[in-house]
Design a protein around this ligand. Structure first.
Ligand SMILES: C[S@@+](CC[C@H](N)C(=O)[O-])C[C@H]1O[C@@H](n2cnc3c(N)ncnc32)[C@H](O)[C@@H]1O
Length: 321
C-alpha cells in the first residue's frame, strides 16, 4: 500500500531516518514513491497492508493511506469515492479554502460532514505547483507531552525528552520482544519508550538511587525489566543484546574534563562492542563536540540536534562490525 507521511519540521533529516529505521527493524520492504521536501511530504510504497508500525513514529506529524495527486479537487474526490463510499468525513488542511472546496466536492458525492467525530479524516496538502495530494488519515498516538519526565514518580534534571528517546530507540532497528539495553539508564527515559513499544528491557546504572528510581518509573507505566546497579564500562559477552541505546554522562560532573570524557566514550565503545553481535546497532546521544575513535563500529548515521541556544548534541547510529 502507499502511505503519505507529513514529516515534522523539527529536524531536516531525523523524521525520514526514523521511518526507514523502523521499517528496516520491522522487516517491511519499501520504496520511495515520491517526495516533496519543501512541503515535508514523503510517499512510500510499503510491503504491508497492516501498517501498525506507524504508531511507533515520533517525528511524523500525520500519516495516511495515499489516495492520489491532482490539480483538480473533483478528480481527487472521485478517487476517494472509489476507496470509500459511505460514512461521515472531515477534511484536514492548513488552508480554510481547501477544507471548504474539497469538503464540498466530497459532500456532492453523498457523504456527510462531521467535523468532531468523523468516520474518515481526509488529509489534503497543496504544493507550490498547485498539486493537491490527499490521504485517508491513520491516527497516531501523540502522548509524549503526558510522559514528560516531571510527571513521573522519580525525576532527575538529566532525564531525556521522551520524543528524542523514542527516536533513538527507533533508530536502533529493533522490534517487539528484542532485548534492548541502556547501560546508563538513569531515570529510565529511553527504557520507558522501548518498553511501550514492546521491547524487553535491560538497564544498568552505577548509582543505586537511579536504579531504584528507574524501576519505580517503569512500574508507573506498567513496565518491568532487568534493571540493576552496574558499570557500563564492564559489559560482558554473556550479556548479549539486540541493541544498545543510551545517553551517557556528558561531562557535567566535576571530575570529567572535556578530554577525559572522550576517553570515557571511547572506552565505553569497547565495552559495548562485547555485548553486540556484528550487524547490531548502538545508538548514542553525545555532546556535539565529541570525536569518537573506534574500530569496532561503523558510523552509519550522524545527526546534529539543536536543543537550545547553548546546547547542540549529536546522535550517532553505530553498527557493530
Ligand atoms: C545523562 S544520565 C542518563 C539519563 C537517562 N537517559 C534518563 O532519561 O534519565 C547518565 C547516567 O549515567 C550514569 N553513569 C555514570 N557513569 C556510569 C557508569 N560507569 N556505568 C553506569 N552508569 C553510569 C549516571 O549515574 C547517570 O544516571
Amino acid at each position: 500500500m502507499k502511505l503519505l507521511f507529513n514529516l515534522s519540521g523539527e529536524h531536516p533529516e531525523l523524521p525520514k531516518a526514523e521511518i526507514s529505521a523502523v521499517l528496516e527493524g520491522e522487516g517491511i520492504a519499501y520504496r520511495i514513491h515520491s517526495e516533496n521536501e519543501k512541503n515535508r511530504i514523503l510517499i512510500l510504497d510499503v510491503g504491508t497492508e497492516d501498517p501498525l508500525f506507524i504508531k511507533r513514529l515520533a517525528m511524523t506529524k500525520r500519516v495516511g493511506e495515499f489516495i492520489g495527486i491532482s490539480k483538480n479537487l473533483r478528480v481527487l474526490a472521485h478517487k476517494l469515492y472509489e476507496r470509500i463510499s459511505e460514512g461521515t468525513f472531515a477534511v484536514e488542511s492548513d488552508s480554510q479554502t481547501i477544507r471548504e472546496k474539497l469538503g464540498e466536492e466530497i459532500w456532492r458525492l453523498g457523504f456527510h460532514v462531521d467535523l468532531l467525530n468523523p468516520d474518515t479524516r481526509i488529509l489534503c496538502f497543496r504544493d507550490d505547483q498547485s498539486n493537491y495530494r490527499i490521504a485517508i488519515e491513520a491516527p497516531l498516538e501523540r502522548d509524549f507531552a503526558e510522559r514528560k519526565p516531571q510527571n513521573r514518580p522519580y525525576f532527575h534534571p538529566t532525564s531525556i525528552d521522551p520524543k528524542i528517546a523514542r527516536v533513538l530507540v527507533n533508530l536502533a532497528r529493533v522490534r517487539k520482544n528484542d532485548r534492548l539495553l541502556d547501560p546508563f539508564c538513569g531515570t529510565g527515559g529511553i527504557l520507558i519508550e522501548a518498553g511501550l513499544m514492546g521491547m524487553k528491557l535491560i538497564g544498568y546504572d552505577i548509582d543505586k538511587r537511579m536504579v531504584d528510581g528507574c524501576i519505580e518509573n517503569l512500574r508507573y507505566y506498567g513496565l518491568n525489566g532487568e534493571i540493576r546497579e552496574g558499570d557500563a564500562m564492564k559489559l560482558m559477552p554473556e550479556e548479549k543484546v539486540d541493541a544498545i541505546v543510551t545517553d551517557p554522562p556528558y561531562g557535567r560532573s566535576s571530575f570529567m574534563t572535556e578530554r577525559n570524557i572522550e576517553k570515557f566514550y571511547n572506552e565505553f565503545l569497547l565495552s559495548a562492542s562485547k555485548a553486540l553481535d556484528p550487524g547490531k546497532y548502538l545508538i548514542m546521544i553525545l555532546p556535539d563536540s565529541s570525536d569518537l575513535k573506534t574500530d569496532k563500529f561503523e558510523v552509519k548515521e550522524n545527526y546534529s540536534l539543536y536543543v537550545h541556544k547553548s546546547l547542540t548534541r549529536k546522535i550517532l547510529v553505530l553498527r557493530r562490525k
